[in-house]
Structure formats: structure tokens, C-alpha cells
Design a binder for this molecule. Structure first.
Ligand SMILES: *Cc1c(COP(=O)(O)O)cnc(C)c1O
Length: 441
């Protein structure tokens, strides 16, 4: 396979940046200052490339989305604006009103029940030996029309359809979280997410990293950030931030503790020459990177796209770690796939690449069951698109359900859901039979 990382001045195709130099474009602070955060700004930058029809469609999209718009010029210029409707990068960051589908009747605002597993205001403690620390709610980009981000309910500020209680990075208030971790010797892994760890300041990276590494039972920490995919320049030009990360990393290495980055590429379209340079920098500094993707309809739900994506990640020394079945969050019905499709894709990916570069396909069981191997469901009715899951190490013998997107079901299944009359009773009957098939009425 040949591996190409584009080195052209692709941003010059965007009228607003057609005379931008590589130096300017390659400066992370220029990228952040020039991020595209509103429809008027999209128009200003795109000029004649934005047709009236597309502008109207975006406007309608923004009225329905629970997420605001925020794109770095880097990711904005990677969209093929001549074919924006079908573009996989556009689909991740800019909603079109014409593409929305009605939410599934069983969607949940906090679909993973993170609020239910809160140990402190900033810590989710669901699994016995690993925790999720959310020190910040800011992101350098806002993903997808909304909400393929699990945490769209807190991240990104209030929008037309949703008011949120956001917080920035509140380092003064983390002490009780550190103390909770100190007091729980079973905890060995800490995921530092948010929001996005890219926006933690260097002093915060050091404070969080070194405080956690000082706790003897903490063996591994990960900083979770989409940054490498959407703002690789930061790795190359934010020296203070990189020095802080490297210090934390080296401190860990001296104690046989792992400090690494978990990032989020969806397709190979987000990988360029900048990515290659950023990864060279990280690899040279001894910082391990893994990737967690979300399976998104029309973006990466085909074998060819996913295969090329994981091959290219592996080339870059980024280990493909997880592919998530899309969470059941509002405003994303058109982006979800069925569990059956995820199973088929997983089956084909296995054996196509080294085992350690084979991503695990998982469904994060709605309601707090945690990540489950997609083929490990207890039962699955493909007509109704209802799968049941249990998580013995996390929640005893409790049962969790995932619901496939209705428009992807066979006709009988679509009928079951689209006829809202007595739906609750029919669902209850289905569940009382332990998730075995019932004839649609
Ligand atoms: C994903 C996740 C973790 C980390 O799990 P890994 O399988 O080790 O990646 C920890 N806590 C929560 C709540 C999570 O969602």
C-alpha cells in the first residue's frame, strides 16, 4: 500500500486564505484566532464557494443542533467545498438541516449515565480500576452536528436548542478529585478528558500530570484530545505546552508509569503532512499515541474507508484502539449505524492488520454498562434493532439496551417504531420476554 500525506498548500483553495503562507497557517495560535465559529464567518471565508442553497442548509442545521460551530482553518480547508454535502469532514463538524432525522424515542441526554457515576464534580468512576477525569469543558473544535460527542450536553456553550452549564478549566477545584483518587488504591488508570486536554494550559498539564504520577497506585495516565487530528500545528509550535507534556511523560517513564495521548481521527482525510510532522515530533519525544474513533454513517462506516484509516494510523505510529458504535445522543440519528453493521465491519477488520493495530469495536452500553465488545451482546433482534447487554464486572447482572437507528431497520421494524400508539406497552412486552423477538403489529 502506498502512503501519501499531502504536502500541498490546500488552504489556498479557500478564498479567505488564498494568500496565506505556510508559516502563518502552521502557527497554532493563528489557527485558534481564526477558527470558524459562525455562519457569517463561513460565508466570509468561503465567498463564492458558498452557494445560497448550502448557506440555507447550514442555517437550518444550526437551528436544530445541540452543538455550536467551531472549526480550525486546518480542518475547514480539508473539506472539499465543491462537494460539501457528501464530504466526510464537513459531516463531522457542520450540520445540514436537510440531513437530520427525528431522534429515536429511546435516546437519552446523558446516554452513558455519566452523571450517575460521578464520584466528584470532575470525576466519573464507573469501572473498578480506571476513572475518567474531566477537568475542562472547552474544545478547540465542536464535533459533528452535534452530538456525536457524548458530552455535547456540557461542552460548547448554549445553542438554539440547548442551554448548558459549562465550565472552563477550574484548577482550584481539582483537589477533592485528586484526594478521591488518593483514597482509592484500586484506581490505576486515569483518563484526562473533557472537553479537550489540548486546551489545558502548560501549568495545568504539569499540575494534573505530576500530581497523579505522585500517587503510588496510579500506573497510567492518558490525555485525551482531538488535537492531533484538527490542530497538529500545536505539537510543532506550542513549545511550552510540549515541554510540559514531555516533562510529565519523562517523569512517568522514570517510575515505570505510562503517560500517553489518546486522539480521535475519523478518516484518512484528516491526515496530512502536518500530521506526519506532528507524529515525528511526538515519537521522537517518546510519547505514545492511540486513536479512538466513532463509527459515523457516511463518514467511515465502510470497510475500505476504515481499513485505509487504520493502515495509515499504524504507519504514523498511532495505535488504533477503539471504534465506538455511535452513542444514543440527541440530534445524531442520521449519523448512527446498526449494531449489525458494526459487527460485520469488525469481522472484516480482524486479520487485515497486525493484532495490536486491530481496533476493538465497542458499544458503550446506554445507561452506564460501559464499553462492550460489539459481538458480545446477550441478544439482538435485528428487525426491531434492539440489542441487550450485560456487564458483569461493572454492573452485576443488570441489563442494558441499545437501539439501532430506525431508518436502517427492515420495514417491519420501522413500522413498530413509527406507529407510536401503544409503543411503550409493546416495548415493555418485548423486554419482559427477555429481548426475544415479537411480531410487529
Ligand atoms: C472509556 C472509559 C474509561 C477508560 O476505559 P478503557 O477501556 O481503559 O479505555 C474509564 N472510565 C470511563 C467512564 C470511560 O468511559
Amino acid at each position: 500500500m502506498s502512503y501519501d500525506f499531502r504536502g500541498d498548500r490546500f488552504w489556498r483553495k479557500i478564498p479567505g486564505w488564498n494568500d496565506g503562507s505556510a508559516e502563518e497557517f502552521g502557527d497554532y495560535s493563528w489557527q485558534q484566532r481564526n477558527s470558524v465559529t459562525s455562519l457569517p464567518r463561513v460565508g466570509k471565508v468561503l465567498q463564492h464557494l458558498l452557494s445560497n442553497a448550502l448557506a440555507k442548509d447550514i442555517e437550518a442545521g444550526l437551528e436544530r443542533t445541540p452543538m455550536n460551530v467551531r472549526m480550525t482553518p486546518y480542518i475547514f480547508s480539508l473539506i472539499d467545498w465543491e462537494n460539501a454535502v457528501d464530504d466526510p469532514v464537513r459531516k463531522q463538524f457542520l450540520p445540514l438541516g436537510s440531513q437530520f432525522l427525528e431522534d429515536h424515542p429511546c435516546y437519552m441526554d446523558d446516554s452513558l449515565n455519566e452523571d450517575g457515576d460521578k464520584a466528584t464534580p470532575y470525576l466519573i468512576h464507573r469501572y473498578p480500576d480506571k476513572v475518567l477525569f474531566l477537568p475542562i469543558t472547552l474544545c478547540p473544535v465542536y464535533c459533528s452536528y452535534c452530538s456525536y460527542c457524548t458530552r455535547s450536553r456540557v461542552v460548547g456553550g448554549s445553542t438554539a436548542v440547548k442551554s448548558k452549564s459549562t465550565y472552563g478549566a477550574t484548577h482550584g477545584e481539582w483537589e477533592s478529585t485528586f484526594q478521591y483518587i488518593r483514597d482509592n488504591p484500586r484506581i490505576e488508570d486515569v483518563v484526562i478528558s473533557g472537553g479537550d486536554a489540548f486546551l489545558l494550559r502548560p501549568a495545568q498539564i504539569k499540575q494534573i500530570g505530576l500530581t497523579l504520577l505522585d500517587i503510588p497506585h496510579i500506573r497510567r495516565i492518558r490525555f485525551a484530545t482531538k488535537g492531533i487530528a484538527i490542530l497538529p500545528m500545536k505539537i510543532l509550535t506550542d513549545e511550552k505546552w510540549m515541554a510540559a507534556l514531555e516533562l510529565v511523560c519523562q517523569t512517568g517513564q522514570k517510575r515505570i508509569k505510562e503517560v500517553c495521548i489518546h486522539t480521535h481521527f475519523s478518516t484518512e482525510n484528516e491526515m496530512t503532512g502536518w500530521t506526519l510532522l506532528a507524529m515525528l515530533e511526538l515519537v521522537n519525544r517518546g510519547i505514545r499515541v492511540r486513536n479512538q474513533s466513532v463509527l459515523i454513517r457516511g463518514v467511515n462506516n465502510s470497510f475500505d474507508v476504515m481499513y485505509r484509516t487504520i493502515k495509515k494510523l499504524a504507519y504514523l505510529n498511532i495505535q488504533p484502539y477503539y471504534i465506538y458504535v455511535h452513542d444514543m445522543v440527541p440530534g445524531c440519528e442520521h449519523l448512527r449505524t446498526t449494531v449489525a453493521e458494526a459487527c460485520d465491519l469488525s469481522k472484516r477488520l480482524q486479520g487485515s492488520i497486525a493484532g495490536f493495530n486491530t481496533p476493538r469495536m465497542v458499544c458503550d452500553a446506554p445507561g452506564g454498562g460501559g464499553k462492550r465488545e460489539v459481538s458480545s451482546y446477550d441478544s439482538y433482534d435485528r428487525t426491531l434493532g434492539i440489542s441487550t447487554w450485560s456487564a458483569p464486572s461493572v454492573r452485576g447482572d443488570e441489563i442494558f439496551h441499545y437501539y439501532d437507528p430506525i431508518d436502517q431497520l427492515p420495514e417491519a421494524g420501522q413500522e413498530f417504531w413509527n406507529n407510536r400508539e401503544g409503543l411503550e406497552e409493546r416495548l415493555a412486552e418485548f423486554k419482559s420476554k427477555g429481548g426475544s423477538a415479537v411480531e410487529p403489529t
